[in-house]
Ligand binder design. Structure first.
Ligand code: HEC
Length: 137
C-alpha cells in the first residue's frame, strides 16, 4: 500500500506547490516509475510512447509494431548484461545523433528536435535503464 499512497500524496503536493513539488517528488516515484511531474518528463514519456516504442516495444524488448520491418532488430533493453555494457552518454548520443553516426544501424533515427529540451535524452536513458529486468520494482 505504501507505493500507491505515496503516489497519491505526490500528485496532491504537486498540485498545491507547483514548482517546488517536482523536486520534492523526485526521490520517490519519479518518472518513469511514477507519472510525469515536469514538462520534460511528460515530453520524454510521449516520445517513448509515440516514437521509440514503435520499434523498441513498450517494454523495450525489441518487439514494437514495426520491428519486424527492420533489417537490424532492436536489441532487448531488458537484458541486464547489455545494460551493464553501455554508458549513459553513449545511449544519449545514439538517441540524439541516430544509429548511423554512432556505428549502429541507420534504421535507428536521429532525434535532433530533442536538443531543444536538453533534459529529455537523459530522461529517455533513465527510461531505458528502468526496463532492466534485474531491477527491483
Ligand atoms: C524506426 C525504428 C526505431 C525507432 C523509431 C527508434 N529506434 Fe532506437 N534503434 C533502432 C534500431 C534498429 C537500433 C539498432 C539495433 C540496436 O542496437 O538495438 C536502435 C538502437 C538504439 C539504441 C542503441 C542501443 C545500443 O545497443 O547501444 C538506443 C539507446 C535506442 N535505439 C533508443 C531509442 C529511443 C530512445 C528512441 C526514441 C526516441 C528510438 N530508439 C527510436 C530502431 C529504432
Amino acid at each position: 500500500m505504501g507505493r500507491a499512497m505515496r503516489g497519491g500524496t505526490c500528485v496532491i503536493v504537486a498540485t498545491l506547490l507547483l514548482a517546488g513539488a517536482s523536486v520534492a517528488c523526485h526521490h520517490e516515484n519519479a518518472w518513469p516509475e511514477g507519472s510525469p511531474q515536469t514538462e520534460d518528463e511528460q515530453l520524454a514519456q510521449d516520445t517513448w510512447r509515440n516514437r521509440c516504442s514503435e520499434c523498441h516495444g513498450k517494454f523495450g524488448e525489441g518487439n514494437g509494431p514495426t520491428a519486424h520491418t527492420l533489417k537490424a532488430k532492436p536489441r532487448n533493453f531488458t537484458d541486464p548484461e547489455w545494460q551493464k555494457s553501455e554508458k549513459d552518454e553513449e545511449l544519449e548520443a545514439v538517441i540524439l545523433l541516430g544509429g548511423a553516426a554512432m556505428g549502429y544501424s541507420a534504421e535507428m533515427p536521429p532525434n535532433p528536435d530533442l536538443n531543444k529540451h536538453p533534459n529529455v535524452a537523459p530522461l529517455l536513458v533513465k527510461k531505458i535503464r528502468s526496463l532492466d529486468r534485474s531491477r527491483p520494482r
